[in-house]
Design a protein around this ligand. Structure first.
Ligand SMILES: [Zn+2]
Length: 231
């Protein structure tokens, strides 16, 4: 293989290495991307916390209502039990019980409000739990598909690196540094000559140059400086 041919092959290997590395990065990102899962987990945790709070509020609202009803019962029994005879006291008790009874309805309404709020929150938490379950399954599935894909690419990369190293050892360091310098500025450093034209810049290669390329010399295009390669 001519020197230009070796460099051309080196370029192919570099390109394949780059593509596989990009693919590996992509797969590794997909494997570690658990943002949706973490978000759903934190959502469900905060929903549970709010639910606990709401249940506590419901409980204390129930207790308040029971207390109130107990007080009403006690006063009612004094009013109608027959033990209390003093008319002034009876009037006071009636006033008191009337005030307490007027609080029953608002407290019952508040309790009902808490209950329907809790029902709504429980439905919300259930939806999130379902979503979390779905995300976990998706995650597991993705791991199962992507893990073998990752090691597959890693094997390909190791093979390519091996081949590149073996090839690079056969090429002079001078030629390698020319190749690398052109790669940095032009991207593609080695280009074919087809129908007398450089495929890098499409300018006709001078016959003398072309002959040197054919003889196996390392020749750069006069116009774009890329290394010329004849198959
Ligand atoms: Zn050119």
């Amino acid at each position: 293989m001519s020197l230009a041919g070796q460099l051309y092959r080196l370029q192919q290997l570099d390109l394949e290495l780059q593509e596989n590395q990009q693919e590996l990065d992509k797969v590794a990102n997909q494997l570690s991307d658990n943002k949706a899962l973490v978000a759903a987990e934190s959502r469900i945790a905060s929903q549970k916390e709010h639910l606990e709070d709401a249940k506590k509020r419901q409980k204390s609202s129930e207790w308040e209502l029971e207390d109130l009803q107990e007080k009403i019962r006690q006063i009612d029994s004094r009013l109608y039990g027959g033990k209390t005879k003093d008319p002034k006291e009876l009037v006071n008790l009636e006033k008191e019980v009337k005030g307490l009874k007027s609080q029953v309805r608002p407290k019952e309404d508040a309790l009902l409000g808490f209950m329907s709020q809790i029902e709504e929150m429980e439905a919300g938490a259930k939806t999130t739990a379902g979503e979390l379950e779905r995300l976990k399954e998706e995650w597991e599935q993705r791991q199962q598909t992507l893990r073998p894909r990752k090691s597959e690419i890693e094997t390909v990369l190791a093979d390519l690196k091996g081949e590149r190293n073996r090839l690079a050892e056969q090429i002079s360091s001078e030629a390698i540094s020319i190749y690398q310098r052109i790669s940095l500025t032009m991207g593609q450093a080695v280009v074919k000559v087809e129908r007398g034209r450089c495929l890098g810049c499409h300018i006709t290669v001078a016959t003398s140059q072309w002959q040197k390329v054919r003889a196996g010399d390392l020749i750069q295009c006069n116009n774009c400086s890329r290394i010329l390669y004849l198959e």
